[in-house]
Structures are given as C-alpha cells and as structure tokens.
Design a protein around this ligand. Sequence first.
Ligand SMILES: [Zn+2]
Length: 92
Amino acid sequence: MTDAELHCRVCGLLQEEPPWGWDGNTPDFEICDCCGTEFGYEDATSVGVARKRRAWLADPGVWFRPEAKPAGWEPAEQLSHVPAAFRDLPEA
Ligand SMILES: [Zn+2]
C-alpha cells in the first residue's frame, strides 16, 4: 500500500478512501470530486483512464463538484500524484 493508491487514476486528486479499495481490486464506485470519474468504471483500464483524462484536460478548471475545488488549485501538481501505472499513457 502506497499513498499513490489513494489518488484518482485519472486526475491524481487525493481521496478519503482508496478508489480501488485497500486490496487494490475492490472499487468503491465513488465519484471523483475533480474529474468526475466513477471509480471501478471509467478508470478500470488504461485505455479508459487515458480517454477520461484527455476529456478532463480539455477543461481541467471545471470540477465535478465545484465546491470541493481548493483555492490556488494547481492541476499539474495534482497530476503528479496519479498512480505510477497510469502516468504517461499512450494515446487511446
Ligand atoms: Zn479524478
């Protein structure tokens, strides 16, 4: 268990619970406040993550739950927390 597993696979936002469960294989089907990904669904494959991230990056200032967006939010800093296996994905 690394802290990276507490971050959204698509946008890197820190989550209160690990999106894919403590065993890394049990998605909780919560929705990411930032990119709106439903864990266990849109982020189930690297192709799905790449597709969702591309859509999110088209307009990353818009949060799924705008009230959760912190002041001074930095999308690049947040993206640096994406779990390693889901960084630098090929174009799908
Ligand atoms: Zn996200």
